[in-house]
Design a binder for this molecule. Structure first.
Ligand code: SF4
Length: 409
């Protein structure tokens, strides 16, 4: 019997009461809305002042899942003004949003493993589950402690869970395309073990990792070396000789669509090469609509010439990272946290995906020179519009257009 099963579950509290939501909506708007972004969108997504054009992608910024998670977190504070409120890790991957929650007295708990902090929780405490969800052992623990639970897990993430649970019930191993250390993928992997905990999963991130798995599916190989390579990316007791027989592919909701499709194709081909048929291969594309729309909008934006692109968002945001990957194939692309990264006339602080660290670079000549420039901006699903607004002001400022002139559009 699991710990949670020893006690009846505390009923979930509805924090989205109409009286509360009126106040929450006003507060969220005040913190994250941008009238400038709305004006530019209404004008077709582009603004030219002097010899500088700033172009916004057709879709960027907060998705429905993120908006809902933030609303629920804000509502929790209002419904439980005097209780201690905790959050498993971060509500979403954006420093600005997480800072607002800290200011509201919401305390982040460790998300990588269950620590003693969870044993200190009591029945009057509130625990918020983030938009990515949380692994089953975390959910068991907070329910066993009897806390109020405000679950903001996105419906699109839960769709993936339903899929991998079905795989587990049918004795199919889930091959999950995602980052093994990402909150969502950890939560999904725990569901891939099924209700009885006997299901199996294997997480792959790159095409190179996928090729190793495909080689093993086709020809078998060195089991010890295989398990060493995927040591932190497989279920307990995973045996590639047994658990790659029937496989089903699923993916973290925020992956790059083209890469996920390639992984699906390679795994299918490997199964067909081994069995002569695809009967032991299943697939379910679980990239969420919001991720897809933001990727599609960027591809569309890149069809027209631009001089450079800023992608704004948290450096640990998966969907934002993929926008950067798309952009940098085509033009100088800078992944920035916020406008403060545009430090001075000769420095952009930005995250280098290849170095995996924040670095400083000089601006491309286009930003410094007097010639006309078209500068694109997009942002991941966890980036609020106020950060985009600050970036727009800063770009124009560096191109010699004062803030008041931008405000007046
Ligand atoms: S990015 Fe997709 S899965 Fe994640 S919260 Fe937004 S809609 Fe949900």
């Amino acid at each position: 019997m699991s710990e949670a099963a020893k006690k009846p579950k505390r009923p979930r509290v509805n924090v989205r009461r109409p009286d509360v939501m009126t106040q929450v909506n006003a507060e969220v708007e005040r913190h994250f809305r941008s009238s400038l972004v709305e004006k530019i969108r209404a004008a077709g997504g582009e603004i030219t002042l002097g010899n500088t054009t700033v172009r916004l992608a057709q879709q960027f910024g907060f998705c429905y899942g993120v908006e809902r998670a933030i609303d629920l977190a804000y509502a929790s504070r209002r419904v439980f003004p005097d209780n201690r409120i905790f959050l498993i890790g971060e509500i979403i991957h954006n420093g600005e949003v997480n800072r607002q929650l800290v200011d509201m007295g919401i305390v982040s708990l460790p998300w990588e493993q269950l620590t003693g902090d969870y044993d200190q929780l009591g029945e009057e405490d509130v625990v918020i589950v983030p938009a990515f969800g949380a692994p089953t052992n975390f959910m068991d623990k907070i329910e066993q402690r009897g806390c109020y639970v405000v679950d903001t897990t996105c419906g699109d993430v839960m769709k993936v869970w339903r899929r991998v649970r079905t795989y587990a019930k049918d004795g199919i191993t889930s091959i999950i395309h995602g980052k093994a250390g990402h909150e969502e993928t950890r939560a999904t992997a725990s569901r891939a073990m099924g209700e009885n905990g006997k299901g199996h999963y294997l997480i792959v991130l790159t095409l190179d990792e996928t090729d190793s798995v495909c080689r093993y599916i086709r020809e078998g190989g060195d089991k010890v070396a295989f398990l060493e390579r995927f040591a932190h990316a497989v279920s307990d007791g995973f045996d590639p000789d047994l658990h790659l027989t029937k496989v089903g592919v699923a993916n973290q909701t925020t992956m790059l669509k083209s890469e996920t499709e390639e992984i699906q194709r390679r795994v299918r081909d490997a199964v067909v090469a081994r069995d002569g048929s695809p009967d032991n291969y299943l697939v379910f594309d679980t990239i969420c609509g919001a991720t897809q729309e933001r990727q599609d909008a960027l591809f569309e934006m890149l069809r027209r010439p631009m001089d450079m692109l800023f992608v704004v968002g948290g450096y640990n945001s998966s969907n934002t990272t993929h926008l950067v990957e798309i952009g940098e194939q085509e033009l100088p692309t800078f992944f920035i946290r916020n406008a403060e990264c545009l430090e001075s006339l000769d420095q952009i602080v930005h995250f280098d995906l290849h170095e995996k660290s924040e670095i400083s670079s000089g601006y491309p000549d286009v930003l410094l020179g007097d010639q006309p420039a078209v500068i694109g901006i997009t942002a991941g699903a966890s980036c609020p519009n106020n950060l985009i607004e600050d970036t727009i002001f800063r770009i124009f400022e560096m191109r010699g257009v004062p803030r008041d002139q931008v405000k007046a559009i």
